[in-house]
Design a protein around this ligand. Structure first.
Ligand code: ZN
Length: 198
């Protein structure tokens, strides 16, 4: 199949997105070509703008256009509780429950020997620094029950337990391998309430 070069390039770019195969990439490219010139210009501006303005909060590493982020600067949040998550999407999922009123710490992934990601690539050092300055009473590990998740929980609890802080992990009433990102609010609220000490 032959696509004229600019169209082929557009398809190629869309195919780099996670979960987008050649068929979907073609659909997206054709969709863009059917958009008005103004809408396409707007889309490209939105892309550059998001990349430009969205950064990591220097305290909790949640994605935010403000540093520190809206959660870290909210004085109604309880800084004596830190909820540790793999990435920013998990923060959004937990915020949707409206149950959690503590602070967060985004690790930026999980320990994965297969993908060559060790603790030094995660924001573990920063978590320890915060633990020192913020003196939390409880650290909640809201980490998926996967091999990587379990390895990360094991590693973190071995570091944090000697500091005599209560370490808990949220209880998934879900099958192993299920994803925090896709859990609905009710399930997540229950998981949070049913957290257990590790
Ligand atoms: Zn923050």
């Amino acid at each position: 199949m032959y696509f004229t070069p600019p169209l082929a390039r557009l398809i190629e770019e869309f195919q780099k997105f996670p979960g987008v195969g050649p068929k979907s990439a073609q659909r997206m490219a054709f969709f863009v070509l059917n958009m008005s010139t103004q809408d396409v210009a707007n889309l490209s501006r939105v892309l550059v703008d998001a990349k430009d303005k969205v950064k990591h909060c220097s305290n909790c590493f949640h994605l935010s256009a403000n540093d520190p982020c809206e959660i870290c600067t909210n004085d109604k949040r309880d800084i004596k509780t830190i909820c540790v998550v793999a990435d920013s999407r998990d923060v959004i999922s937990l915020e949707k429950t409206l149950e959690y009123r503590g602070s967060y710490h985004v690790l930026n992934g999980l320990i994965s020997p297969l993908e060559g990601r060790g603790p030094e690539q995660l924001r573990v050092r920063e978590l320890l620094q915060r633990t020192g300055s913020q003196e939390p009473k409880e650290i909640i590990l809201a980490i998926n029950p996967t091999i990587e998740g379990d390895a990360t929980v094991l590693y973190l609890s071995s570091l944090l337990k000697p500091l005599s802080i209560k370490i808990t992990r949220i209880a998934f009433g879900l099958p192993v391998g299920s994803d925090l990102e896709f859990a609905d609010e009710v399930t997540l609220t229950r998981a949070l309430e049913g957290r257990r000490e590790v």
